[in-house]
Ligand binder design. Sequence first.
Ligand code: UDP
Ligand code: MG
Length: 336
Amino acid sequence: MTSTSTHSTDSVGPLHPAPELLSVVMPAHNEAAGIETAIRTVRGILDAAGLRHEIIVVDDGSRDGTFDRVAAAAQSMSDVVGIRLSRNFGKEAAILAGLRATRGEVVVTMDSDLQHPPTMIPAMVEEWRRGAMVVNAVKRERAVDTVAARARAMIYGWLSKQLGGLDLRNSSDFKLLDKRVVEVVIDLLPERHRLYRGLVQWVGYKQAELLFDVDERVAGETKFSVRALLALAITGVISFTHTPLRIITGLGVLTLLLSVWVAADAVWTWYHGTAVSGFATTIIVELTIGSFIMISLGIVGEYIAKMYDELKRRPTYLVSTRVGPPPGREDPRRPL
Ligand code: UDP
Ligand code: MG
C-alpha cells in the first residue's frame, strides 16, 4: 500500500481527537472463502492503531454460507455485527443497510475481499482529524486488473464524466465519512436507485483524497458482470444529470436544420426542372431519423422507468437476520 495526500494540511494540527468509535461497513456477496480473513485482518489493523471500532458485515443474499461465517464471527467477537438481507439486493443496497447500522463518529466503507487495503484506514482517520468530512480512497492505475476490467472501468468513468458532470474515474467505494455525512446520505437522499460514490461526491463539504493500489482479491472472483456495471453506469448518468435529454433536443434541432436545407434544395431543383429521383437518399434519411427517434425513445424510457421505480417507493432492501450489538439507528427494514 502506498498513499499520498493530495492536499497539504500538514502544517495544521488535528481538529478532532481520535474518534471514540469507528464503524467499518463491509458489503459481502458470496464471500465465504475470504470473509473471516477479511474481518480478522481489519480488526488486527484497527487494534494495532488503537482505534476502537465495530465491523458491520452486510451479507447481500449470499448462497455460499457467507452469513454462517459472519454470524460465527459476530458471536465470538463483540465488535462484529452481522446483517443479512432477505435476498441479493446489490452492493449499493448493502452499503446503505450497513450505514444505517453504524454507531461510530466516523464510518469507513470498504469491500470485503481485501481489495481495499485496510492498512490505509489510520491515514484516512488522520485526514478526518485534520478536518475532512469525507476521505476518498482513489485508485491508482490498476495494475492487477485484466484488460477487460480496465476497459469496463474506463467506459464507466467516461460515461459518468461526459454525461454526469461527476468525475468518478478511479473513484471507489472505499471511503471514510464523518457521521454527519452518513446522516445526510441515509436521511436526506432517499432515492431508490443509488450510486454511493456519486451521492458522496454530490454532498460536497470538505473532501480529501488518498491514493491506493487495488490489491488482489483475497479469495473468489468479481461479482460484477458487464450488465451489472452498465446498469450502475446508467444509474450514475440518469440520477445525476439530464444531459442525455438535452442531447435528444440537440439532435432534433440538427435534423430540423438538415430538413430545411434538403427541402430548399428540392424546391430549387423542382423550379429549375432538373429534379431527379432520390429514392436512395430518401431511404437513408428515413432510416437515420427513424433510429434517432428509437434511441431517443429508449433514453426517455430509461428516465421514465427510473421515475416509476422511485414512485413505487419500495424499500431498497429488506433485512432478514441480525447478529451482534444493537444498531446505531433503528432500521425501518428491520428483521421480520
Ligand atoms: N457485493 C455485494 N453485492 C453484490 C455484488 C458485490 O455486496 O451484489 C460486494 C462484494 O462482496 C465485495 C464488493 O461488493 O465486497 C465488491 O464486489 P467485487 O469484489 O465483486 O467487485 P470488483 O472488486 O470486481 O469491482
Ligand atoms: Mg473486489
